[in-house]
Design a protein around this ligand. Structure first.
Ligand SMILES: *Cc1c(COP(=O)(O)O)cnc(C)c1O
Length: 398
């Protein structure tokens, strides 16, 4: 496969001015894999700072309730800052430091990636600036304050739609101007090469641990892996080690399922199900599936969870979809809210609304399976951040 491509997907659809920065990052990333000191430092922060390995928890009560396959939860919700995003943020912050950069920048919509990046910057002793649309800043004022507490500068973007799209443009402008001192932290397995591979690399610790943990708990590989898919980093992070498992015949028996934000349903136009309702195109630096109209204009998206509310999806998922190695489906907002409550009540775990998409699909699948089947669901984050949002939807006045 051509470097930087997943089949026909991926690549580098960026202005010429950014190519040297991407080349520099690619070289640093490749050499970091062979750099013992770097890998040791990353390993040490994973265990002492992030709190890895995160547990693989047998959800006995949920399993009993659904009367089917045995359900295990990979507890990324227990990682520092409450989600898997920290795995990537710490990895990229250390990589930036190794490259001699002094400053991290990122854009954020709901604030989750901004908080993770600000955390990574504090850990690595780097300056940090986060671009955020003024509309998002107002909606996510708590996360804005959180980033400031972590020492980051939050810059308001008040042009265009005043949301994520415009913040990305501003962050890219900053990077082009300050590339010698600055590293741009991309939050998911998306964008121009090498980001999709680099982010996967930092997130694949999820699947590496889960494989070891399930072999210890059950003495065999799982039958199903389920994860939600926004840009696709937690899903590819879980899948990767299982996709590459040897012998191949064993790996091929594992069914993998990615669950997108179904919103109000693909037929309504209010959704983020790129595989159900999208087509191939180029967006923000790479080729993949995306939600666009016949003239290639990006369509508006909707999902109850901000982390899945995005018009495109990581290029490796586009390939895994086309070769039918991973099945992509979606969960609708209503089912997601039901799953959110179900997991909270049966297991005492409030899932992030993103992760509740994977739970929603599992609650449909598990009862159809015999009780000797094993399923691992990636619980990508905790739901504390979503409590106010859920209250509002349910009409509860806090
Ligand atoms: C951001 C986020 C996601 C979606 O991003 P991916 O890159 O698709 O993993 C999922 N879950 C949580 C908790 C998130 O914060």
């Amino acid at each position: 496969m051509k470097r930087g491509y997943f089949g026909i997907y991926g690549g580098r659809y960026v202005p010429e001015t950014l190519i040297p920065a991407l080349d520099e990052l690619d070289r640093a990333y490749e050499s970091s894999k062979r750099d013992k000191a770097f890998m040791e430092e990353l390993k040490s922060f994973r265990s002492t700072y992030i709190g890895r390995p995160t547990p693989l928890y047998f959800a006995g009560k949920l399993t009993a309730r659904l009367k089917g396959a045995k359900i295990y939860l990979k507890r990324e919700d227990l990682a520092h800052t409450g989600a898997h995003k920290i795995n990537n943020a710490v990895g990229q912050a250390l990589l930036a430091k190794k490259m001699g950069k002094k400053r991290l920048i990122a854009e954020t919509g709901a604030g989750q990636h901004g908080v993770a990046t600000a955390t990574g910057a504090a850990l690595a002793g780097l300056k940090c600036e986060i671009y955020m649309g003024s509309e998002d800043m107002e909606r996510q004022s708590l996360n804005v304050f959180r980033m400031k507490l972590l020492g980051a500068k939050v810059t308001e973007v008040s042009i265009g739609s005043k949301t994520l799209k415009d913040a990305i443009n501003e962050a890219l402008r900053d990077w082009t101007t300050n590339v010698r001192t600055t590293h741009y932290v991309l939050g998911t397995a998306f964008g121009p090469h090498p980001y999709p591979s680099l982010v996967k690399n930092f997130q694949s610790v999820i699947g590496t641990e889960a494989k070891r943990q399930i072999l210890k708990a059950e003495g065999r590989l799982p039958d199903y892996l389920i994860a939600c898919v926004g840009g696709g980093s937690n899903a590819i992070g879980l899948f990767h080690s299982f996709l590459n498992h040897k012998p191949k015949e064993e790996a091929e028996k594992i069914k993998m399922i990615g669950v997108e934000g179904g919103g109000l349903g693909p037929e309504t136009g209010k959704h983020a199900a790129r595989f159900a309702g999208g087509s191939v195109g180029v967006f923000q630096g790479c080729k993949s599936y995306l939600l666009q109209d016949d003239s290639g204009n990006i369509l508006g998206t909707h999902s109850v969870s901000a982390g899945l509310d995005y018009a495109s999806v990581g290029p490796e998922h586009a390939l895994l979809h086309d070769i039918e190695r991973v099945e992509y489906t979606y969960a609708k907002d209503n089912d997601v809210l039901e799953a959110f409550e179900l997991l909270s009540k049966t297991e005492g775990i409030l899932p992030a609304l993103e992760s509740a998409h994977a739970i929603a699909y599992a609650t449909k699948l598990a009862p159809q399976l015999p009780d000797d089947k094993i399923m691992i669901i990636n619980l990508s984050g905790r739901g504390d951040k979503d409590v106010q949002h859920v209250a509002k939807i349910k009409g509860v006045n806090l």
